[in-house]
Design a protein around this ligand. Sequence first.
Ligand code: ATR
Length: 265
Amino acid sequence: MKKKFLVIGNPIDHSLSPKLHNYWIKKYKIDAAYEKKLLNNNEIEDLIFNIREEKIHGLNVTVPFKKMVIPFLDELSEEAEISQSVNTIYKKDNKIIGDNTDIEGFKLGLEETGLETKNKKTLILGAGGVVPSIIIALKKMQAGKIYLSNRTELKAIEQKKNFPEIEIIKWGDILDFDIIINATSIGLKEEDEININYQQISKDKFFYDVIYNPPETNFLKNAKKYGGITTNGKMMFIYQAQKAFFIWHKVIPKIDSETINLLDV
Ligand code: ATR
C-alpha cells in the first residue's frame, strides 16, 4: 500500500518539502507520496488521529504548528522535548511520536559552511518556533554568548524562561556580534526589509538567514554589499528533511548536487 506523508503549516505554499521528499521517494523506489496541506488550528487533532489509524504515515510540521501539535502526541524525542518543538511525526509501537530534526539540520548546515562557531557571539533575530532549535544547536556547537532580539519582547522573555543564559536586547538594537541569524519571517516576501544599519557593522561578520525561499533575502543582499559573509537556510532545510526521511523510511538519502539544485527556485 502506498504510504502517505504530509507537511502541514499555515501558510504552506512556499514549502519545498514535497519536492525534495518526492524526489528521494522516487530515487529510492519507495511506495509513498508526500503532499502539503494547509491546516487550521482546529484541524490538528483530526489529522493526527489519521496517523493513529495509519491513514497517514508521517507528518512534517512547520509554522505555526511546531509547538501546537505537542498536546496531541504520545511521546516526544529528547530533542523535541528540550526544544518543545516538533517538526517530524510518526507512529511507532502504537504510539504517536514527535521528533525534532531542525536542531541537527541547523547544526549540520552551519558546520558545512566551515565557520568556526566556538565561543562566537551570536545575535538571533526573532523568537518564533524555530528559535529553540537554533539555540540548542548553537549550544551543542559550543558557541559563545547568545543574544535574542524580537519585535514583541514578551516572546523573547518566554524563550529566556527555557534558556536563562541568553540575553535579550531591544528590537532595533544591534550589538557587536560575530554571527547574526535571521529567524523572523521577514524576507519571505521579496520586498521585506529588516531595519539594520549594515554600514555600521564591521566587515567579515557572518549573516545567516533561516529563509531559503527566496534564496537571497534583502538581509543577505545588504550584508553581502557591505562585506559580510552570507548563507541561507537551504542546507538546514535539506538536512532536516534527510533526517526525517530516515526516521520514516530507514534510508539515508544522499545529498548531492542534483538534490541541492532541485531546490533552486
Ligand atoms: P510563530 O511566532 O507563530 O512561531 P514564526 O513565523 O516562527 O511564527 O515567527 C515569526 C517571527 O518573525 C516572530 O519573531 C515575529 O515577531 P513577533 O513575535 O513580534 O511577531 C517576527 N516577525 C514577523 N514579521 C515581523 C516584522 N514585520 N517585524 C519584526 N518582526 C517580525
